[in-house]
Design a protein around this ligand. Sequence first.
Ligand SMILES: Nc1ncnc2c1ncn2[C@@H]1O[C@H](COP(=O)(O)OP(=O)(O)OP(=O)(O)O)[C@@H](O)[C@H]1O
Ligand SMILES: [Mg+2]
Length: 259
Amino acid sequence: MQNSGMDRNRYILETHNLLKRFGGLVAVNNVSLKVERNKVTMLMGPNGAGKSTFVNVCTGVLKPDGGKVIFDGKDITGYPPHEVYRLGFVRTFQIPEPFMGLTVLENVLVALKNPGEHPLKAPIKMFWIKEEEKNIERAFEILESVGLDNQWDQVASSLGAGQLKMLEVARALATDAKLIALDEPIGGTDPKYAGDILSYIRGLLDKWDVTFLLIEHRIDIALPYADYVYVMDRGTLIAEGLPDEVANNPKVIEVYIGE
Ligand SMILES: Nc1ncnc2c1ncn2[C@@H]1O[C@H](COP(=O)(O)OP(=O)(O)OP(=O)(O)O)[C@@H](O)[C@H]1O
Ligand SMILES: [Mg+2]
């Protein structure tokens, strides 16, 4: 499968008949979907639909019982989470290092992928000062694009729920993630701030070579910010399409009215 240069596929993620059972419960039932590069794809559905389980299986947190996960042209089915993360498919909570006691800037700095200390350069201070400067510059660039540059010296624990979500996104960007999966990015945030979060996420597509898979429960707020939408219910994909197609799909309306 092609995965480089001009031939890289249009879809950064594809699943084929992905299957996950918990005992007798089929949490993810033969789900096949595609996530287009440099777009926001939304996976929606009511409580218990299997959205989080789907992402957990894709990112290696859970082992699938069947099907395939293709990321960036590579079959990553059953890869352990750290491998999936290293390849650039990042589920925000996977990013290592605790962070509540650190400042916003420090949080991004620890997430930055460093090429590793060069054994010869390390003892020479000049080199690592240059490296530090570059990192700080890049961290600020990332913070600016998520709207947190003015909070750079605040401790993470002092941020609001929405700002913490954006800090998670900033940290994912710092790892050079190609695909960022966010599980309910607007969950627990003030509905007024929810639109801002989603707008910031959309804005990142122009600046960084990144793709988003957003898991959302709240169809009313989130739908306008998606390029393409999949809807799951009780483990199965019940609809897909452009946001307004999905919003008018009778099966989707029924599932959400039933809530
Ligand atoms: N580790 C587990 N063991 C057993 N059952 C599980 C486990 N994780 C999830 N489930 C079940 O699998 C189904 C799908 O759950 P999942 O958390 O993936 O749904 P969801 O779409 O993310 O829902 P929500 O909107 O509430 O986050 C549910 O019936 C849930 O109870
Ligand atoms: Mg969930």
